[in-house]
Design a protein around this ligand. Structure first.
Ligand code: HEC
Length: 152
């Protein structure tokens, strides 16, 4: 019994040390697996963004990402999924610099997630929750796409 208690004590010390280490974050859940439910995905993918992406729209998207939309708190300033709020979440927030992820998803799928959230994760339903509007979500997507590095 003493041995077991010792193991448990050591485990909790390691756990506390991990949590208090700045920069430690839970990994993302597989970013290539679809998030929109199977039954809706084909229809959702047909939806087109009503906005034309221009430098002005991207600038508005940045403003929303860093301000009203609160995206920066979890997804981080450089979109790497390392914002301070995201550190507490498991699975971790999406890393928007991932080129494979951007190639896999179309804008409509990203919009669906911003509207409905990603069930079972810390990604909130930001449109349904009244944080941003449908149109503002399309703008944040335009900005989000600029984090994409052709790294794969
Ligand atoms: C409270 C933390 C939090 C905030 C705030 C947040 N996100 Fe997320 N986001 C997450 C997490 C966690 C995930 C990963 C969810 C998953 O693995 O299914 C995620 C995933 C995503 C995805 C990926 C969906 C996919 O198809 O895989 C998109 C797009 C996204 N967020 C956009 C945004 C935008 C845009 C904002 C701001 C308007 C925002 N998020 C604000 C935590 C957050």
């Amino acid at each position: 019994m003493r041995g077991k208690r010792l193991v448990m004590t050591v485990c909790s010390i390691v756990a506390v040390a991990l949590w208090s280490t700045a920069g430690w974050a839970a990994p993302e859940a597989d970013p290539l697996k679809p998030r929109v439910p199977d039954a809706e995905r084909a229809d959702v993918r047909k939806m087109k963004s009503p906005i034309t992406v221009t430098p002005e729209i991207i600038a508005k998207g940045k403003e929303l990402y860093e301000g009203k939309g609160t995206c920066i708190n979890c997804h981080g300033e450089t979109g790497a999924g390392d914002g301070p709020g995201g550190m507490l979440l498991s699975p971790g927030p999406r890393n928007f610099t991932n080129c494979k992820f951007h190639k896999k998803r179309n804008d409509a799928e990203l919009h669906w997630i911003i509207k409905n959230g990603s069930p079972g994760t810390g990604m909130p339903a930001l449109i349904k929750g009244g944080v941003i509007t449908e149109e503002e979500a399309w703008m944040t997507i335009a900005y989000e796409r600029t984090f994409w590095k052709d790294n794969e």
